[in-house]
Design a protein around this ligand. Structure first.
Ligand code: FE2
Ligand code: FE2
Length: 350
């Protein structure tokens, strides 16, 4: 709530003489005064006004100054309230300060002291307002920067994906389909939302390491020699090298995917020949997506296969691809989601 920056003071006293004298004094010093004869009147006048300070008698019939203080702070928590008190109620006034009154002045009042206390309260309010403005500006700056960083990181990831696409030999849309398949499997496995979100981007970067593979190997139309295959395998470690060490969770997962997306559940994969649950779950998800998409696609050395045939190869094996290559939970998810995989493939052609 904004603090009022006005010259308007609400004065409350049931004694008409004191009320008039204090009001006149303050008017003489340039303040706008709203004079009230009771706490009840004070509350109704306060609502909708731009009062910046309340000066109230402590002992009044009806709502007392102390009750008024509490009610004012319910409505305007930062409103400075100064109490006017006789010596008899000094202790009450001290307690009121403990309960949030700004200060008190004793009656019979000394005009200079009243003015001094009011000035003090106004300076205090000014400080509070500066602090509030500062906090507000700081929050706004942080919010804007967070938004910018978010947009920037998403954009950088998208552009990295474009780099991966540019160098990928699997056909234009393979990279984007990978994110869509992985998203579906992760959702099916009930992974946390952060995981689902991260793998959707990370899966598309699985082969980014191919940018480090020489053209004569990467673009070779025929089958690889064993030496060439060794060079080709390095796209996993190169990709990991490119992406590792980030503090961004999407890039952390992308680094892990790059390194682990050719590891097989039975330990026959590469580069580290990891087995079973030693392979990160994101790697276990991406390998099955990659396998499906590769079998569905036409390559220089192989024709495209029908969806049903591909599902059969993955779930039952064909001698080269074996169900033992995959985590059985992920394999089950793939099997359940097979129609969705088909849709993704068909709606995102190369
Ligand atoms: Fe790969
Ligand atoms: Fe791939």
């Amino acid at each position: 709530m904004r603090l009022e920056d006005s010259n308007s003071i609400l004065v409350v006293d049931d004694d008409p003489y004191v009320l008039e004298a204090v009001s006149n004094l303050l008017r003489e010093y340039g303040f706008e005064v709203i004079a009230c004869k009771s706490g009840e009147e004070a509350i109704s006048r306060l609502l909708g006004s731009n009062v910046s300070l309340v000066l109230t008698d402590i002992k009044m019939p009806g709502i007392s100054g102390i009750e008024l203080l509490a009610k004012i702070h319910d409505i305007k928590p930062q409103m400075p309230v100064i109490l006017m008190t006789g010596y008899a109620e000094l202790e009450m006034a001290i307690n009121a300060v403990k309960k949030g009154a700004f200060d008190f002045v004793t009656k019979p009042y000394n005009p200079e002291y009243i003015l001094h206390t009011i000035e003090k309260a106004k300076r205090y309010t000014e400080l509070l307002r500066l602090e509030e403005d500062y906090k507000h500006r700081l929050e706004e700056t942080v919010r804007k920067q967070t938004q910018q960083i978010f947009t920037l990181s998403r954009e950088v990831i998208k552009r990295l994906t474009a780099v991966a696409e540019f160098r990928d030999t699997c056909g234009g849309a393979h990279v984007s389909r990978m994110g869509l398949y992985a998203n579906k499997i992760a959702e099916f496995l009930n992974m946390p939302i952060e995981f689902v979100d991260a793998i959707t981007y990370a899966a598309s970067l699985h082969d980014i390491g191919k940018i480090g593979i020489p053209d004569k190997v990467l673009l070779k139309p025929g089958a690889f020699t064993p030496e060439e295959f060794e060079i080709m395998k390095a796209h996993t470690t190169i990709g990991h090298h490119i992406l590792q060490g980030s503090s961004h969770h999407v890039l952390q997962m992308a680094a892990s995917v790059a390194l682990s997306h050719h590891e097989r559940w039975d330990g026959t994969g590469y580069p580290r020949k990891l087995k079973g649950k030693d392979i990160p779950i994101e790697g276990r998800v991406v390998i099955i997506c990659d396998q499906y998409d590769a079998l569905m696609s036409k390559r220089p050395y192989k024709p495209a296969l029908w969806h049903e045939e591909v599902v059969r190869i993955i779930t039952e094996g064909d001698g080269r691809t074996l169900p033992g290559h995959f985590d059985s939970r992920v394999l089950n998810a793939f099997n359940q989601l097979a129609p969705t995989f088909k849709d993704i493939f068909e709606y995102h052609p190369d």
